[in-house]
Design a protein around this ligand. Structure first.
Ligand SMILES: NC(=O)c1ccc[n+]([C@@H]2O[C@H](COP(=O)([O-])OP(=O)(O)OC[C@H]3O[C@@H](n4cnc5c(N)ncnc54)[C@H](OP(=O)(O)O)[C@@H]3O)[C@@H](O)[C@H]2O)c1
Length: 426
């Protein structure tokens, strides 16, 4: 099986290395030899720690995708559009199998490119696009095939999980820990996609399409990042028996599927609360199997190459299946559920002026929306000299909490933007 690698960065170079070092093992396991015959990247002279001897170099990655000498094109460049999209589309149109690690591309153009793959009878595999080294696409597409999935959720962004874990452990603010993550290579120079939840939303939309048999609906994901979380939130959460995680959740509701990415307060004794550092975890709940939990490294050269190569080996073994479990033409639009009807409890941290009557006003607003208070803590002063007030509500709806929050924000005594975190009792 002749492989062309478009992109030789962190992932591409690791794929080239593993395919070379493990060539005998892979030939035994897949029943045929797998060989890299073509590569493309921007800089031909960069030392990538791998030998490119005897491998054809393409200045233009699209020309690699067009090459008749290549059976499988692995797109390892990145980005939802531009060169990555051109490479994948061209390869599929030419009847080449495609393997990609590119979640942005699959989230935004998954159905379009899956249609071309169907038409040409070739594979479009993207295991590495979601949760890095954890074979979660395979689990949903194959292992859980008989199940009706009611919910799939997890920690899908290692950068955010690293930041939250370290903020909790060291009590340092978000900006400090983000800087450290950047220095260690866990976060990009522009961290927006990670810390604002967009990367997790890309991955969630792919999982939801598979789990619920629908078109990928990235625009339908509600998305909130972790910038508003402060070190004190971890202390308060711990006091109530909880921990803070950025979760991506897709679940069936009465009127459709709700997809959401946001910080969550989760009970300390649940499996998801124990996933720390750059690790990822996915939990899928099916009617036949019940709850299944997958955990492991969600990024990095080795783990991502492991997933990319598993996709290549599937092709070597002749396992060609529709990208989203059924032909793209038979995927209905995802029926969206109404997030405002979601029922759950909330954690709310307010910075308020130290004046008599403030708490009464806040509780009055909550009472007007029929929201009762489970716990209440008032302790310490904020950087601006305001008093920190933390409230854990009882169960309410998103809509009612949203109305209460707007009213609380407009109180003159509330001097900082409130921090709200949803409580998820999985
Ligand atoms: N890194 C991870 O842990 C990880 C995990 C899961 C998924 N992914 C996904 O894997 C993909 C690759 O990520 P990465 O971390 O390996 O990125 P990377 O280190 O930045 O590598 C990107 C590669 O693409 C090449 N490239 C850029 N523009 C090109 C062009 N116009 N023509 C040909 N080659 C071009 C670069 O060439 P030069 O080397 O010459 O600059 C580089 O080799 C992305 O979709 C990413 O989201 C990454």
């Amino acid at each position: 099986l002749k492989v062309g690698l478009a992109g030789l960065g962190t992932v591409g170079a690791a794929v080239a290395r593993e395919l070379s070092v493990k060539s005998e093992l892979l030939a035994e396991r897949s029943g045929r030899s797998i060989e890299v015959v073509a590569v493309s990247a921007r800089d031909k002279n960069k030392d990538r720690g791998i030998s490119l001897e005897g491998i054809e170099w393409f200045e233009n990655a699209v020309a690699l995708a067009e090459s008749p000498d290549v059976d499988v094109v692995a797109e390892l460049i990145g980005g939802s559009d531009g060169i990555a999209f051109d490479v994948v589309k061209t390869a599929l149109e030419r009847g080449r199998h495609v393997v990609t690690a590119n979640k942005a591309l699959v989230a935004l153009h998954g159905v379009e490119i899956a249609s071309i793959a169907d038409e040409k009878g070739v594979a479009l595999n993207y295991e590495a696009a979601v949760a890095g080294g954890i074979p979660v696409i395979k689990a949903l597409r194959e292992g859980l095939v008989v199940n009706r999935i009611s919910r799939v959720f997890g920690i899908l962004n290692g950068t955010c999980n690293y930041i939250l874990t370290n903020m909790e452990a060291t009590k340092r603010p978000f900006t400090d820990v983000l800087k450290e993550a950047q220095d260690l290579g866990y976060a990009e120079a522009d961290p927006t996609f990670d810390v604002d939840g967009i990367d997790a939303a890309h991955k969630l939309s792919i999982l939801a399409a598979l789990a619920f048999g629908a078109r990928v609906d990235f625009d339908g994901v509600y998305c909130e990042g972790i910038r508003r979380i402060a070190p004190v939130d971890f202390e308060y959460a711990a006091q109530f028996g909880y921990r803070i995680k950025l979760l991506a959740i897709a679940e069936n509701s009465e009127d459709g599927v709700i997809q959401r990415v946001h910080p969550c307060i989760v009970p300390i004794n649940t499996p998801i609360a124990d996933v720390n550092g750059v690790s990822n975890a996915v939990i899928a709940e099916g009617d036949a199997v019940g709850q299944t939990v997958y955990e492991g490294p969600g990024a990095g050269d080795g783990p991502t190459a492991s997933a990319v190569i598993a996709d290549i080996v599937d092709i070597a073994r002749g396992l060609i299946q529709p990208a989203f479990m059924r032909p793209a033409s038979r995927l209905a639009p995802l029926q969206r559920g109404d997030l405002s009807q979601r029922v759950g409890a909330f954690y709310l941290r307010l910075g308020v002026l130290d004046r008599p009557g403030v708490i009464a006003k806040v509780t009055q607003v909550l009472a007007e929306q029929e929201i009762s208070i489970g716990s209440f803590v008032q302790r310490g002063v904020t950087e601006d000299g305001a008093v920190n007030v933390v409230i854990m509500t009882h169960t309410t709806t998103e809509a009612a909490f949203g109305r209460a929050l707007s009213a609380i924000e407009s109180l003159s005594e509330v001097v900082e933007k409130p921090c709200k975190i949803r409580v998820e009792d999985f």
